[in-house]
Design a protein around this ligand. Structure first.
Ligand code: SIN
Length: 287
């Protein structure tokens, strides 16, 4: 068995970045977090959305799983346009911007608490986006519009690292399992889906844990007690602090992440309004 600490160290080394000028386009890239994330400066997406820039951002996202792009002054429609450079966009059944169905407007206390009443607001609770969908989003972009004076960070957990640090017996046990994910929190008409517990990233070939406390309800074909115990164990392991980067938002930050590699949690520790615009890029069927 590979010791836990050496796996963590390996990932830290993979993610470690000195300030560097990346590729042809000359983006300034440095580490955002130890477990995942890179901060990318020197790009203005309202102007620099050319193919070379998008290609470099794609490479960086694949390597670091999350990108922080500060100071992006994009309207909702510009954000949508940027999102379409990455693939088809999905709409969300519960939240949309007044100007376009393809940007989600995330904010407002009452609306935020409608879906998981008494538990956490929309975006809270550890999850990967919309896993109840048959072809859930591979990439999410979240753009800060209005922020509280303090609080309102988002935490992100590296799910490759979560998978790699499981003991061999557990990896063998979960390798062929599937789990049921429900979207019914957003309405009776919203779909449910079944996805593998371990997802293989189509581009990197790396495996990641792909279950979450918000939408994953049970393991297919397993007695309820056993399924509950296993999911509880996986949820707890998946969000160990060693796997987490916590993003403290600045106005106009755009954060992109790969939902195949990362879970996230919007931390509900603020009073003043917090408003985000979000786009989600459709993926294929998880395998
Ligand atoms: C989300 O779940 O995509 C929203 C996260 C956030 O508001 O920080």
């Amino acid at each position: 068995m590979v010791p836990f600490l050496s796996m963590v160290e390996k990932t830290m080394a993979e993610n470690a970045l000195d300030m560097s000028l990346d590729g042809e386009v000359g983006l300034a890239v440095r580490e955002a977090g130890v477990a995942l994330g890179a901060r990318v400066e020197g790009v203005d997406l309202a102007r620099d959305g050319d193919d070379d820039t998008i290609a470099e951002l794609r490479e960086l996202l694949l390597a670091h799983h999350l990108l922080v792009l500060p100071e992006q002054r994009l309207s909702a429609l510009e954000l949508e346009r940027f999102g379409r450079r990455w693939g088809d966009l999905l709409t969300h059944p519960a939240t949309r911007h007044r100007e376009t169905d393809f940007v989600q407007w995330i904010g407002g206390k009452e609306r935020m608490f409608k879906f998981f009443p008494g538990v956490h607001p929309f975006g809270g609770g550890w999850h990967s986006d919309m896993t109840w969908h048959a072809t859930p989003p591979i990439i999410t972009g979240l753009h800060a519009q209005r922020l509280p004076k303090s609080g309102g960070d988002t935490a992100f957990a590296n799910q490759h690292l979560a998978y790699d640090t499981l003991d061999e017996e557990t990896r063998a046990r979960i390798g062929t399992l599937n789990a049921f994910h429900t979207g019914k929190v957003f309405g009776p008409e919203v779909e449910d889906s079944v996805h593998p517990v371990v997802r293989t990233h189509e581009e990197s070939g790396r495996k990641a844990l792909y279950v979450n406390g918000n939408f994953t309800k049970h393991i297919i074909g397993m007695p309820p007690d056993e399924s509950e115990a296993l999911l509880y164990r996986l949820f707890s392991h998946a969000t160990r602090p060693e796997f987490v980067y916590r993003h403290h938002w600045q106005l106009h930050d755009l954060v992109l992440w790969d939902n195949r590699s990362v879970m996230h949690y919007a931390i509900a520790d603020y009073e003043e309004p917090r408003i985000m615009h979000r786009i989600v890029v459709q993926g294929g069927v998880p395998r």
